[in-house]
Design a protein around this ligand. Structure first.
Ligand code: ATP
Ligand code: PRP
Ligand code: NIO
Length: 489
């Protein structure tokens, strides 16, 4: 390859195999066949009982602007032996299909469609990689933040991760996802500017090192800022750090708001209790204790258990990188395709592991909420033409262990997958981020505590309708029969 091209489009932000398949479909006259793909993941991350859906806004912007630029086409012309007619097809490419999706802040569960992409086979194929790239990461981080927020409760949770994130996009979009899931503010000023997330910040060890003494450093900060949180662990938190912070607060009086101190090392249970006593004794009972240093849900939970006197939690690495599980593993599977006669044929990906077998057919997910209890009874995955919302009672059963079942009455069934694009047109108004965050919080209140606890939660029911179940079994049988016939040939 001789040239390096400008990075002026996201059309090639995809895996080569998508273009390989697009070319085959186009050359063989299959590109315009109607197809339906669905996105789902197989296990909740971090061992918790749900996930918080995020990533839709970025997917919408990507799809809206999706087109191959001249430089994309020049690059393909130089590196691939594509016929000029295929390049012309790509040049005229525009997404004309339909996307239905969970909305950001929705709780989503394993083994149910969280997005559905319907359109020409070629266009659906092109979108796969980017959609998974975005939704896998953002949903993972929103879920991690939700787990952490469950642990910190009403204490503020600050997102500090930019310096540790997997590069800039992860910092920016990870911060946004963290805010949706439960973070209250971010240290990333650009994310604050772009998304309107509250920005929050103290100061670093560098500032203490930059002056001749800790006292001078705190004083320098206090003379130049109204709101002051002093980082007190550079030398000795209890012997010098907190006493210097108190001295500066005393001397500056009303000229500053002494908001508190930040701890960033040592035994934070022990130290925070001592610091609390020092601050109280000095007449600063309202000064808060901030903590940071490789915090994660488990550490925070343990610190709380030990009675740590920490009021504000700054979390970086372990939130923004989803340290304990770095991938969600959502997949994009073809569930229905137009056959030679123009009819839709439901498809399956067979595997020996029943739990890994995809569910064929275009589907809708119905969230079933008890009218009496106001809580979600489970999700009911039905074929597209079914209307459980019009039924008086629903028989819900586990899709593998079918003897686990219940009949639900007096319920409301709300579809999870909402129209986002219809025949290429954006029909969904992207909500403000604050609204998305509030939606995530409300969604959690509709979930029984048993599904929300972060250790060994009960499995939230994601059940198949009888019709979807029968359809799946029939297709498995039919596909196995076909395979056998081929083996015997
Ligand atoms: N009381 C505690 N119980 C459980 N974990 C704690 C407690 N206090 C601190 N931690 C956590 O233990 C880990 C200690 O890490 P590390 O060895 O880096 O800390 P450190 O002593 O602060 O050293 P450094 O100065 O290098 O940051 C951190 O993740 C911290 O959040
Ligand atoms: O530990 P995390 O959860 O990732 O949170 C972010 C960390 O970034 C800063 O440390 P760093 O050593 O980078 O800079 P500093 O000199 O300001 O401490 C801060 O003090 C936190 O410890
Ligand atoms: O404002 C802070 O205290 C902060 C910001 C980024 C990383 N660590 C700490």
């Amino acid at each position: 390859m001789n040239n390096i091209y400008p990075d002026d489009s996201l059309a090639l932000h995809t895996d080569m195999y998508q273009l390989n398949m697009m070319k085959s479909y186009w050359e063989l006259g299959d590109a315009d066949k109607n197809a339906v793909f669905e996105v789902y993941f197989r296990e909740h991350p971090f061992g918790i009982g749900y996930a918080v859906f995020a990533g839709l806004e970025r997917v919408v912007n990507y799809v809206k602007n999706l087109s191959f630029t001249e430089s994309d086409l020049d690059y393909l012309r130089e590196t691939q032996d594509y016929p000029e007619e295929f390049l012309t097809y790509l040049k005229n490419f525009k997404f004309t299909g339909t996307i239905r999706s969970a909305i950001e802040g929705d709780l989503v569960f394993a083994n149910e469609p969280i997005m559905q992409i319907e359109g020409s086979l070629a266009e659906c194929q092109l979108l796969e990689t980017t959609i998974l790239n975005v939704v896998n990461y953002q949903t993972l981080i929103a879920t991690k933040a939700s787990e952490m927020k469950t642990v910190v409760g009403n204490d503020p949770l600050l997102e500090f991760g930019t310096r540790r994130a997997q590069e800039m996009d992860a910092a920016i979009w990870g911060t946004r996802a963290a805010f949706i899931g439960g973070a209250d503010a971010t240290s990333n000023v650009r994310a604050s500017k772009i998304f309107g997330i509250p920005a929050s910040g103290t100061h670093a060890h560098a500032m203490v090192q930059a002056y001749d003494s800790e006292y001078e450093a705190f004083m320098a900060y206090a003379k130049t800022h109204k709101d002051c949180v002093f980082l007190v662990d550079t030398f000795d938190t209890l012997k010098t750090g907190v006493p210097n912070a108190i001295r500066v607060a005393d001397e500056m009086g009303d000229k500053i708001n002494f908001l508190g101190v930040r701890l960033d090392s040592g035994d934070m249970a022990y130290i925070s209790k001592q610091v609390r006593a020092q601050l109280d004794e000095a007449g600063y009972p309202d000064a808060k204790i901030y903590a940071s240093n490789n915090l994660d849900s488990k550490t925070i939970l343990n610190l709380k258990m030990q009675g740590a006197k920490i009021d504000v939690w700054g979390v970086g690495t372990r939130l923004i990188t989803a340290f304990d599980q770095p991938a969600l593993g959502a997949v994009y599977k073809l569930v229905s395709i137009e056959d030679k006669n123009g009819n839709m044929r439901n498809t399956i990906k067979l595997t020996s592991n029943a739990a890994k077998m995809s569910t064929p057919g275009k589907k809708q997910v119905w969230r079933i909420t008890s009218n009496e209890k106001g809580k979600s009874e489970g999700d009911y995955v039905a074929l597209w033409d079914e209307r459980p919302d019009l039924e008086d009672e629903l028989f819900m059963f586990h899709p593998i262990h079918t003897y686990i079942n219940k009949t639900v009455e007096n319920f409301t069934a709300v579809p999870l997958l909402k129209d986002i694009f219809a025949d290429g047109e954006l029909v969904y108004e992207l909500p403000h981020l604050e609204k998305i965050k509030a939606h995530a919080k409300e969604s959690l209140t509709a979930l029984w505590d048993e599904y929300k606890r972060i250790l060994n939660p009960e499995a939230y029911p994601v059940d198949l309708s009888q019709k979807a179940y029968d359809n799946k079994l029939a297709i498995i049988k039919e596909t196995r029969k076909k395979m056998k016939a081929l083996e015997n040939k």
